[in-house]
Design a protein around this ligand. Sequence first.
Ligand code: HEM
Length: 415
Amino acid sequence: MTISTIERLNPFISEVIEDPYKFYRRYREEDPIHWGVASNPRLPGAWYLFRYEDVMQVLESPKFGREASKVRDDGEGAPVPAAYKGFRSMVGNWMVFRDPPDHTRLRSLVNKVFSPRMVENIRPAIFNIADSLLDRVQARGEMDLVEDFAFPLPVMVIATMLGVDASDRPMFREWALALQHASASRLTPSPEVYAQAEQATWGFIDYFKQAIGQRHTEPRQDLITALVKAQDEGNKLNDEEVLATCIHLLTAGHETTINLIAKGTLALLRNPDALNLLRSHPELITGAVEELIRYDSPVQMVTRWAFADIEIGGKLIRRGDSVGLVLGSANRDPARFVNPDFLDIQRQDCKHSGFGSGIHFCLGAALARAEAAIALNVLLNRLPELHLLDEKVEWANNIVFHGPKHLHVAFREPM
Ligand code: HEM
């Protein structure tokens, strides 16, 4: 097949979601700057970039940004249609959807409170949470790793950091999933999906309004208090922005970290040499987590709008075009990584794009790394003979936040 006849890729169909890497390889080799099917069917198409170098160039370039309204006057680039007012205005306050100067303002305040020290301080709590989750399943000899471990862990951790009640997590998950289904990921959502997101937004707003109000009168040692204090000191964030930031933090580290723990475990179980090496050398965990993010990235794609005409790899990307940066493909690019389809937990030079790059580089990367390292070490340490109960994995219908719906595993109780 020649470059000009390769078919337009639709990355939102189940065939791609189930095994994206074979598609990535083909497009990377045959048409690395590809005009494929856009997630919004009212757009004529979207560019998809598959090579590491191109992906990094766009992530770090001010010629690409997040606010479609700057370059499109048809309203088609907005993350949420105008009819869903609460959801639209809340998501509009998420730093990930903003460009400078608003992005800089939102991020700098959160950067102050979401510090490396805060992550260090939370490590013992992460251990305890991981242990307590395994206490509940250990005697059973099997579990759904997603539902029983990978999901509750990051939600309990971020709830603890924010200072909200971790036992409210089923509600958080329902709301977070409703937001995520409607704001990222797939072909344009149906009105029902948007209506659910609107409802979830109001649930979150009521919940956090109350918590924020309380912190004004009774400060505590938590992230909400830190945000409120920083707001009072610098007066740089309005109340809606603080509220949206709390919701953003609760949801951003949610499906991403779940998928890192779930797909990380899956990759290790499918690569017994790497698994055995890690079991016998738990000190390799830091490098192993980086490699797992590279090997099967929890976020497979991020998007940008072109803010100017620009030529990349001989193709002209026009101002106002949508551009999908396929992180999952960049991280398997043989031009950047030696033997990229091999899981090598001792890989040197593993500078992947799994947390993005440039001004939107993942704010929670240090937390996610700590959570995954602790979760995987506790899991391997406590559950001997961990194995898959079903080789066939059912994938969630999402190429952006990519991961299994369930992961049924079994293990034996230690003597
Ligand atoms: C941004 C991945 C965990 C908070 C991002 C971006 C990626 C990413 C790729 C860049 C988005 C873009 O460029 O458009 C991940 C992965 C995670 C993870 C793979 C886990 C394995 C977390 C956690 C938190 C978090 C635990 C916080 C609790 C954020 C925020 C942004 C972000 C706030 C927006 C930053 C900005 O726009 O400046 N993440 N993330 N993430 N992430 Fe994460």
